[in-house]
Design a binder for this molecule. Sequence first.
Ligand code: DAH
Length: 360
Amino acid sequence: MTEMDTLKAELLACVAAATDLAALEAVRLDALGKKGRISVQLKTLGGLEPELRKQTGQALNLVKDEVAEAISMRQTELEADALSAQLAKERVDISLPVQPPLAGGIHPLSRTMEEIAAIFADMGFSIAEGPDIETDFYNFTALNIPPEHPARQEHDTFYLRPDETGVRPVLRTHTSPVQIRTMQQVKPPIRIIVPGRTYRSDHDATHSPMFHQCEGLVIGKDIHMGHLKGCLIDFCRAFFGVDDLPVRFRPSFFPFTEPSAEVDIGCRRVDGKLEIGTGDDWLEILGSGMVHPRVIENCGLDPDQVQGFAFGMGIERLAMLKYGIPDLRTFYDSDLRWLRHYGFMPIDVPALHTGLDEGV
Ligand code: DAH
């Protein structure tokens, strides 16, 4: 075997033995680089006899070409191997079960408010809001609760520091002041609900110093008690999801309505558990009445021209009844396990932004 054949065999063996691209590059430099074994030999050609130079030169160039060709082929092979290895490593196993999506929920009170709003939106009501800090006028006087009225004591009002005129603002004890604010601002027909925070100095398993109410007000030319009854019966049946839910109107008293009625729904208690919709027991769920003419007058409207009805309900109480939540205080504990247990999703409230349609 000639020296040339040995060199070729050695270099081709090295090429075949290179197991990755870096090793192959090292082989290339060792053979064909500036100081590589073939390059060094090529440089010695100048010192040879012309005939020998020609022969040796041709043979060396053949070796060079063969080695270069072998390197190029090996490179293609190694690149394909590297790509397959990478693809295998990055392969997604689509047979694995997906991770369950982590979805947030909404608070049962928010959910209940959305349900109430959706039902009234369907009946053409829009939403009105008012401030949590109220004046004595809006919270009491305009609602026909004058200063000496006993209802003031019943409300356990939180009073704030007096302003510069000596008047003490209050944290609103109910959402009813928004009736007054709306009648002062909007010409009848009016059809609104007012969901919002309310405050009373009271704290036990069924009372919280901050709680929520939803007020309702309908004012127009010919609104009568029949409208009140129809509207509230429909609401109760839709809210509790019982089509033939018994609903009873019981005479009552509120300073801002005349006549006034409390609304009860049919229920029964089985082994201490409440069942809504059947039985011969009754459960009070909201207050209502025809708006007192004096209240209409206090808003600058003429009670001989317009009249209407109003109602007010406690949102915590409705949520507790509907979802079987036994303790009111859990609403405000911010306990994630409790919130996940109820796991409520928001609902769409479709018609709320369109507000009133024609007439009432
Ligand atoms: N404001 C009353 C309360 O907080 C609830 C209420 C009763 C509101 C009758 C009304 C109504 O609008 O007509 O207890």
